[in-house]
Design a protein. Sequence first.
Length: 359
Amino acid sequence: MSTMATPPAAEQNLAAKLPDETLREWLSDMLLIREFEVRSMQAYQNKKIGGFLHIYIGQEAVAVGAVAALNDDDPVITAYRDHGLALARGTDPKHCMAELLGRIGGCSKGKGGSMHFFDKARSMYGGHGIVGAQCPLGVGLAFATRYQDEVIEEGRSRHVTVCFLGDGALNQGAFHEAMNLAGILDLPMIFACENNGYAMGTAIDRGTTRADDLAVKAVAYGLERATINGMDVQKVYDGMKPIVEQCRRASRPAFVELRTYRYKGHSMSDPRKYRTKEEEQYYEEEDPIDRLANYLMTQRSFDGEAYEALVKKTRTRVREAIKWAEASPAPDLDELYTDVYVDTWGPYLGTSPPKMNDK
Ligand SMILES: Cc1ncc(C[n+]2csc(CCOP(=O)(O)OP(=O)(O)O)c2C)c(N)n1
Ligand SMILES: [Mg+2]
């Protein structure tokens, strides 16, 4: 194991040096996530979506800023609050909406639902419902890419894996085992903790030590570390970019805390009685979308009219996604047996699909 270098400081104003077009795309991506989530909540209330639904509203800057700091083929993996990451990665909202509705056109063929968005073509590896379970899987992804890059292609480690996790996952054994393995194996990966202050109804300082400075969790395992304002997409990019590049260069892991807030409940059935209206209002005033829109309108070539046009375009796009998803059929019953193993029918089922009416 190599020794830990000095943590890379966030480079000020990296995002501010990017062209207008890039920042407008970030705004467009954040608006898409917000609108997608608003319409998902409506669909859920209209009983079009089964199971659980965890809404990402408030946290948009994290997914968009972090993805912007990565290459397209850097693997990403997350927990069940996964719609924002998939959309930021470029998964078509049609395929995301169809997944929520349980249709074959969904990004997991309608068989995973809200908590299991996958898009291998965009190196998006889920969507995982067990708190912390994505951490060892993230280690596996990082190990696999490094093995491919260094051993098979006889080159340098080229990929950085980002494993997103909630603050609640910090208390899981799997997270600590994963951090230890990443440290001992020198894996090029980042554990990106989206600290939204709560694990269901439990405030972070009731369940986690050093809630005031989560980045210290990295120290025991010899990882690089950073603390990032997750309500400001430019700051997310400025914080993530140098750490991503350092992980890639040195093939070393890092842990970052992204301070954010979820505006809605834990899931659709949460009345949010464990926090005050004043607290919610405080964060709503920090809104990541308003912040970037204001920046673009005051510092760049963007105006109210362009903003309205973008909002309108986004609404149309999501409306069309819903229409497309509703027209997609439910998966056939035979689909129960596909995508279970890498080999179509797996090692146990033989070479053809079992008949559904077999006893
Ligand atoms: C191992 C495990 N324990 C408990 C649960 C139930 N559970 C689902 S979400 C959650 C809270 C997780 O909070 P956090 O990691 O902060 O993510 P957030 O919901 O804030 O995005 C819990 C306890 C679970 N899914 N898996
Ligand atoms: Mg949380």
